[in-house]
Design a protein around this ligand. Structure first.
Ligand code: SDX
Length: 427
């Protein structure tokens, strides 16, 4: 592979260095392009632009490969546990048994959320979408943890990681409790992380809460599958906000807002709403495929397509298999699973989807499992956020440790040329 690229414009040549990653991905380094040529590149949506180098996640969209720190998503989903994989994503290595035990113990040091946070959540209407409440509460955590973390101090960074993993999940469940008018629960430090998630969500003071190991295992796997995904929209947002040296909570709060969008993490809720509408209107999957293909119809087949995967999203394959297992083990017969499978089967042989390389993504089947586990639809994207938290932390930490510059893209101006101010009586 050549070490440099030559850009020729109006017979002037500019030499630019090339960068090759550890998986042989190749980039042209344009960081000196404007100094050399006075020109910039233009790439709306950054479809062809890399924002950074990273050691956290590798994905190959053509081959449908996803690895966290070199470990395949298939291996991690089958053999790992969420806090173990979170440790890997954030610190770079799978923890030893004692490191994992210490990590779980250190997280429990921060599971009590400041009681004054309750007066903040009380200010929201019960009808507020949980993602909006979660973004606000995450930002509010800064008020109770004002000292921004010194990333150069390993102990401080480790404590900030444990504090974030602890408090974010608790306040995420509070968004649901608030919407139901239930009392806000406390974490039980004698129980596991995912077990606590279910308790915090569903335990009522009026009766003992009975855990279901099938649900715990399914959720643990789902959180692993969402843990990171390189420079997606919300992670790039976390890195961008963090690049101004805004704090970790403030950066994650921005990431929650970006994830909320229906083109991104909000798609898992939109998929369920789409499947329920298809079911409600008679189950005619082909009618909705036709709508998705109609350029005059804004309807998109939610849960299909991906900016990077031009093959099956490996997570979708794992979640689809898990959906079958979980629903049959729980004895849930959900007609929308059959509708989802029919949509997938039809789309995979339909020229419109095939020619555009549109396959099911992580959001297509996840909502079906969440629903079977008793998670309400408007909490689906909150589930995505809980899973993605270790990735956001890891990417923020890497960006700060690498001393990346503040993110500030250029633009090409296409507005008015210079013009003189005209006083209002002459307009
Ligand atoms: C996530 O980036 C990540 O890694 C994200 C994520 C993560 O883990 O962080 O993987 C999580 O966000 C998954 C994606 C969830 N979103 C959805 O399921 C929403 C539905 N899908 C899309 O809107 C779309 O596919 C995107 C947003 C996911 C990707 O959009 P791109 O890459 O910008 O592609 P595009 O919009 O330019 O579409 C290319 C063509 C267009 O048709 P033409 O103009 O070429 O004729 O494909 C069509 C689009 O109209 N198209 C779809 C479609 N997705 C793309 N047509 C119908 N239904 C769809 N779902």
């Amino acid at each position: 592979m050549s070490k440099t690229a030559i850009l020729e414009v109006n017979s002037e040549k500019f030499e630019l260095p090339m960068v090759t990653g550890s998986e042989n991905e190749v980039a042209i380094d344009i960081s000196k392009l404007r100094d050399l040529s006075g020109m910039i590149t233009l790439d709306p949506g950054y479809k062809n632009s890399g924002s950074c180098t990273s050691e956290i996640t590798f994905l190959d969209g053509e081959l449908g490969i996803l690895r966290y720190r070199g470990y395949s998503i298939e291996d991690l989903a089958e053999k790992g546990h969420f806090l173990e994989v979170s440790y890997l994503v954030i610190f770079g290595e799978l923890p030893t048994a004692s490191q994992l035990e210490q990590f779980e113990k250190d997280i429990t040091r921060y599971t009590l959320v400041n009681e004054e946070m309750k007066s903040i959540i009380d200010g929201f209407p019960k009808t507020a979408h949980p993602m909006g409440v979660l973004s606000a509460l995450t930002s509010a955590l800064t008020a109770f943890n004002p000292r921004s973390v010194n990333v150069e101090n390993e102990k401080e960074m480790y404590e900030a990681v444990c504090k974030t993993m602890a408090k974010f999940m608790v306040i995420a469940t509070w968004t649901y409790r608030k919407s139901m008018g239930y009392p806000l629960n406390y974490y039980d430090n004698t129980k596991g992380y995912v077990e606590n998630f279910m308790r915090l969500m569903f335990e009522l003071p009026t009766e003992p809460y009975k855990q279901n190991p099938i649900v715990i295992n399914a959720l643990d796997k789902l959180f692993i599958l969402h843990a990171d995904h390189e420079q997606n929209c919300s992670t790039s947002t976390v890195r961008m906000v963090g690049s101004s040296h805004a704090g970790l909570f403030a950066s994650i709060s921005a990431g929650v807002s970006a994830l909320w969008g229906p083109l991104h993490g909000g798609a898992n809720q939109a998929v369920l709403e789409m499947l329920e509408e298809i079911h409600r209107t008679g189950g005619d999957a082909d009618k909705y495929l036709a709508k998705a293909k109609d350029k005059n119809d804004p309807f998109r087949l939610m849960g299909f397509g991906h900016r990077v995967y031009k093959n099956f999203d490996p997570r979708a394959k794992i979640i689809k298999k898990a959906a079958d297992e979980v629903l049959s083990t729980l004895g849930v017969n959900d007609p929308i699973l059959a509708i989802a499978k029919k949509l997938e089967e039809s789309a995979l042989v339909d020229e419109y989807f095939v020619s555009r390389q549109l396959y099911p993504n992580v959001d297509f089947y996840s909502g079906i499992i969440y629903r079977a586990l008793g998670i309400p639809t408007d909490m689906f994207t909150v589930m995505f956020a809980i899973g993605r938290l270790p990735g956001w932390i890891a990417q923020w930490k890497e960006m700060r440790e690498n001393k990346e510059p503040i993110g500030r893209p250029r633009q090409i101006y296409t507005g008015h040329p210079l013009r003189d101010f005209v006083t209002s009586e002459k307009r």
